[in-house]
Design a protein around this ligand. Structure first.
Ligand code: NDP
Length: 265
């Protein structure tokens, strides 16, 4: 029997316990979706589930997105509980900021397995469920570090550049069956992850190279991820949208230009 609840759209957000993922989950909840949050951090996930306080529409599942068996199990649980998936946001990610010489193989594998294997596995698990409704949308959360190289990001930047290409592979293949896949490449956002890897000096450097001269907000990333999942983006497939205050568009000289502008030049 088709009920009102069974046709309510469903979004899955990985890394949804906090930060950008939680912001994206709130975007979907505000628009009437049911939302499954998948996260490796059981304690924060439990706290977030309690805060959202919406047992009918929120399903919180502890899941390491880099582990095939855990991913299969989590998506089976989402399917059993909600019966459909309309949108998947592959947001879970980890950052290690170290030089090429000091990044251990274990750190390299951790970053690649979470940031790249995770979206591969979650999308693979999700597609058969999406296909039952004949349509769906996937958004991969990449990074400006996947668009432009920088120091200390050998593992992180490479994982995000690969995720951007994975997005295009997925869009090319899954577009033929009605599933759109796009990527968002956020600039710096002041989350727990950023607090961990952005030193005072790096923060100042970011301001120097971003025309808008500030960090982005969780809500600003969520709005774009949500848009890409929505019917408003029905013909957008295989794109990478940088939400970065103009970082990717600009070159050298912003601090000088700001000084000139301040001096009335
Ligand atoms: P946070 O670290 O604040 O949140 C990420 C969440 O994902 C955490 O709860 C984390 O748990 C969880 N997670 C980590 N590994 C896994 C895993 N293997 N399986 C499931 N969940 C996992 O990060 P942000 O909100 O800042 O970042 C979200 C995404 O946005 C990431 O992909 C990041 O790379 C990207 N991004 C962030 C930017 C920023 O400046 N903040 C800039 C550009 C991109 P735990 O705490 O245990 O690790």
């Amino acid at each position: 029997m088709t009920t009102a609840l069974s046709i309510t759209p469903v979004a899955v957000v990985t890394g949804g316990a906090r930060g950008i993922g939680l912001g994206i989950a709130r975007w979907f909840l505000a628009r009437g979706y049911r939302v499954a949050l998948l996260d490796i951090d059981a304690v924060t996930l439990e706290r977030t589930e309690a805060e959202l306080n919406d047992a009918t529409r929120v399903l919180a599942l502890v899941c390491d997105v880099s582990k095939p068996d855990q991913v299969q199990q989590a998506f089976a649980q989402v399917d059993a509980r909600f019966g459909r998936i309309d949108s998947l946001v592959n947001n879970a990610g980890v950052a290690v900021f170290k030089t090429i010489g000091t990044t251990s193989f274990e750190e390299w594998r951790t970053v690649l397995s979470t940031n790249l294997d995770g979206p591969f596995l979650c999308t693979q698990a999700c597609v058969p469920i999406m296909l039952r409704a004949g349509a769906g949308s996937v958004v991969n959360i990449a990074s400006i570090s996947g668009l432009r190289a920088s120091t200390l990001r050998v593992a992180y930047g490479t994982s995000k550049a690969a995720l951007i290409h994975l997005t295009k592979q997925q869009a090319a293949e899954l577009g033929t069956v009605g599933i759109r896949v796009n990527a968002v490449a956020p600039g710096p956002v002041d989350t727990e992850m950023a607090k961990l890897v952005h030193s005072v000096a790096i923060r100042s450097d970011y301001h120097d190279v971003i025309p808008l001269n500030r960090y982005g907000l969780v809500e600003e990333i969520a709005a774009v991820a949500g848009f890409l999942c929505s019917a408003d983006a029905a013909y957008v497939n295989g794109q990478v949208l940088a939400v970065d205050g103009g970082f990717d568009a600009s070159g050298v000289g912003l601090p000088t230009l700001r000084k000139m502008a301040a001096g009335g030049a």
